[in-house]
Write a protein that binds this ligand. Structure first.
Ligand SMILES: [Zn+2]
Ligand SMILES: [Zn+2]
Length: 292
């Protein structure tokens, strides 16, 4: 049966198998266009989503590619949002205009100002290598050490000092707690974090964690533990080319290794809706009871 399942994943890479049931990915909520570092237009991404058989798609270009001038930035966002609606109507699919913003430093700051938040249907947020912290000294205490250990990982030294992981974890938790983030993109991919601690904050604030088709930076056992704790996930392609919109094969292969309740994945057979926030202490208590 496993061979059949794997074949299905290759043939229909928007599908996920769980206990021999085929579940369809309803929408892809993280894609990039020429408005940041993607290679296709809004129109092409949305048409590709329709061709792939998705029911919903989100355009989420990087916040750090937006122009500095605020008036121009707002005009661009409104123009793009209108384009998303036009393209969606032409393609016959539901589409959203979001943004992928950044963790900028360790104090919970992101690079979307409060009054610009309403320009977007939803916020995806993550850590990116090219985005430097707002505070100058954090460039040396936070950015450079993370860059160093990231490069080490690329040459096969898969280790990060525990103190740095603690710092990164705190930085991400601060962002989750201070901002209204809908989806945390690629947790732990560039700067290593303690995903279990991050998951607790996401549960408390109702933030979905991403299963990113480019790379998943935690182990199946971590995913199983987070899912059992009550964390919610969304599968996204993070496509930078239209041909990759809705491509979910790597996530499908990862999920083959995991034992989990598919209810924890919010965009399987249904549209993504942000999970309800829960009180952190209730989650901590539940985890404590489970472990004792
Ligand atoms: Zn990203
Ligand atoms: Zn992205």
């Amino acid at each position: 049966m496993k061979a059949v399942i794997i074949l299905l994943l290759i043939d229909h890479d928007k599908c996920v198998c769980y206990n021999k049931n085929i579940m369809k990915v309803y929408g892809d909520y993280h894609t990039h266009t020429v408005d940041s570092d993607g290679v296709n237009t809004i129109d092409e991404n949305i048409a590709a989503a329709k061709k792939r058989g998705l029911s919903e798609v989100g355009i989420t270009d990087h916040a750090h590619y937006r122009v500095r001038n605020k008036k121009k930035r707002i005009e661009n966002a409104l123009m793009n949002k209108a384009q998303v609606q036009r393209s969606a109507q032409n393609a016959g699919i539901k589409a959203f205009y979001g943004v992928e913003c950044n963790v900028v430093g360790m104090d919970g700051d992101i690079d979307i100002a409060g009054d610009e938040r309403k320009l977007y249907d939803y916020l995806v947020c993550g850590i990116h290598m090219s985005v430097q912290p707002k505070k100058f000294w954090q460039f040396f205490t936070y950015y450079i050490p993370n860059m160093f250990w990231f490069v080490m990982r690329q040459i096969g030294i898969n280790w990060t000092p525990k103190g740095l992981i603690r710092k990164n974890t705190k930085a991400v938790i601060n962002v989750i707690e201070k901002n209204n983030i809908d989806i945390l993109s690629h947790p732990g991919r560039y700067f290593r974090v303690d995903v279990i601690e991050v998951a607790k904050a996401c549960i408390a604030r109702g933030t979905a964690m991403e299963l990113n088709n480019k790379k998943i930076s935690f182990r199946p056992v971590d995913f199983e533990r987070m899912a059992a704790m009550g964390a919610k996930f969304v599968i996204n392609s993070d496509a930078h080319k239209a041909e990759n919109v809705g491509r979910m094969d790597r996530v499908g292969a990862f999920l083959q290794l995991c034992d989990y309740d598919p209810e924890c994945i919010l965009n399987l057979d249904r549209p993504f809706v942000r999970p309800k926030a829960k009180l952190l202490d209730q989650i901590v208590k539940a985890v404590h009871e489970k472990n004792s």
